[in-house]
Design a protein around this ligand. Structure first.
Ligand SMILES: [Fe+2]
Ligand SMILES: [Fe+2]
Length: 261
């Protein structure tokens, strides 16, 4: 099974953010995916769909994603607005409490999409209501299907202070819930605007650079969050019986291929 992971497009009405043409960078990613990976089963966009939650940015996002040749699924990020997403994407599934949480059945197993927004804050949270929804569905799946979790906020420290202040606040509680379900094979998230992957309590995880700006890899203690003009990427993910395999595609570096001969 092959799918595409895009994150943090941060679209703005003006197409400008930190002197980056963010709309163009998403359009180029979608063109690149269409040209090279039209066989992917689906595409997931892990939040921060817009930067200031402008309605025009969401309608731009909608018309850009409609160009993708495969089905696509969106998550909410801390820069987004839940009510606006529900208005502009009326078909987005919500849970019984109105959170943007849903399950996408795929040929590789169940993709569970979580809503980690703590309204008014940049950090994330999965409240008891959202955790109860997750627990109920994990119990229903009962380890019969493989499960892949998708969320905007990372639950583990990155060693980058500026990012570590805005992670999932109740990560311990979240881990206590998921640790008993061995069906969970991988956690995909966004929010970090960097490549970052490894394993957390023996659960593998990954994110990929955003299609907008990046975050600088400053590991100095207490350093403030800084942006970085590194080029954007999206990820091509292969899920096979023997595991999860991820390629980050630096799609703005075109025409860089050469023959080894
Ligand atoms: Fe972001
Ligand atoms: Fe974010």
């Amino acid at each position: 099974m092959k799918f595409i992971h895009i994150t943090d497009p941060h679209l703005t009405k003006s197409n400008q953010l930190f002197n980056i043409k963010v709309t163009n960078q998403l359009v180029t990613a979608v063109d690149h995916i269409t040209k090279n990976h039209s066989d992917a089963e689906l595409c997931v966009i892990t939040g921060d769909l817009t930067h200031w939650a402008e309605p025009e940015a969401y309608t731009d996002l909608q018309s850009i994603l409609q160009q993708l040749p495969m089905p696509w699924h969106i998550l909410i990020g801390n820069h987004d607005n839940r009510q606006l997403i529900r208005k502009i994407f009326p078909n987005i599934p919500v849970d019984e409490n109105g959170f943007l949480q849903y399950i996408v059945p795929t040929s590789a197993g169940d993709f569970i999409v979580l809503d980690t927004i703590d309204e008014g804050f940049h950090h994330g949270i999965i409240c008891e209501k959202r955790l109860a929804w997750l627990q109920r569905h994990l119990k229903e799946i009962n380890n019969k299907n493989d499960v892949y979790l998708f969320m905007h906020h990372a639950p583990m420290s990155t060693e980058i202070s500026g990012l570590d202040h805005i992670l999932l606040k109740n990560a311990d509680r979240f881990f206590q819930l998921i640790k008993t379900f061995r069906s969970i094979k991988h956690i995909f998230f966004g929010h970090l605007h960097r490549s970052f992957h490894g394993n957390w309590h023996n659960i593998s995880f990954s994110t990929v650079k955003g299609t907008a700006h990046q975050v600088a890899a400053d590991f100095t203690k207490n350093a403030p969050l800084s942006g970085s003009r590194e080029l954007p990427a999206y990820a091509v993910v292969f899920i096979r019986k023997d595991g999860v395999f991820i390629h980050d595609i630096s799609y703005l570096e075109e025409n860089t291929k050469f023959d080894y001969e």
